[in-house]
Design a protein around this ligand. Sequence first.
Ligand code: PEP
Length: 252
Amino acid sequence: MRKKIVAGNWKCNTTVQEGVELAKSVNELVAKSGVKNVVVVLGTPFTHLTSIVAVVDIKLVGVAAQNCAAEAKGAFTGEVSASMVKSTGAEYVILGHSERREYYGETSETLNKKVALALSNNLTPIYCCGEALAIREANEQNAYVKTQLEETVFNLSPEDFSKLAIAYEPIWAIGTGVTASTAQAQEMLAYIRGLISNKFGKAIAEETSILYGGSCNAKNAPELFAQADIDGGLIGGASLKAEDFLGIITAY
Ligand code: PEP
């Protein structure tokens, strides 16, 4: 059965000290709640990874970077490679977030390199896709997301593809307080699962965890997570408070 995943994306928030406290609180709440059916992941800034891996029970709370370099190593000032991320003890990396595509010019070409490096370093990519408002308003979201996948992760071998999780995040719902309706989210995730099935076969499609992201919170999570194709969430704002995040984790 495919995994349910609730992954926080802290973005550029918290100092190391604040992040460690937040991670400890999440770990404690998850432990107390006895939740066993959900993989919990914290997507923290690079600077926090080692310290956070040290304070969480990695069996209860996994740790993710929010990006990695498109090169393995070398003269790339300011970059953090996939092997560096792996050496912190983190097991996941969020790749292709719309903020990275939009503000840092990430292209499909760059993302192909990042995904390959993440996989070769045994990191699990949480690969993001999703359309902007104008594309949704033109009702072209399916074709747009299909192209995003075809240009990147659909180039992988079936074996490598089956190591990823996918996160569909409509840009118009990220940080805006506007959640995609349950029907819109389910419809897109079912569509993505269908694309995966056409490309890699039904068995891989059924095993791929596909997450929804965009203003997901403890209130709307139960209805979203009750949908057949929604295997969890990628959570921005609501992952910055341990209690709010737990409310989402326990929404299943
Ligand atoms: C995100 O940026 O991945 C996200 C889903 O943000 P928010 O939950 O704040 O909309």
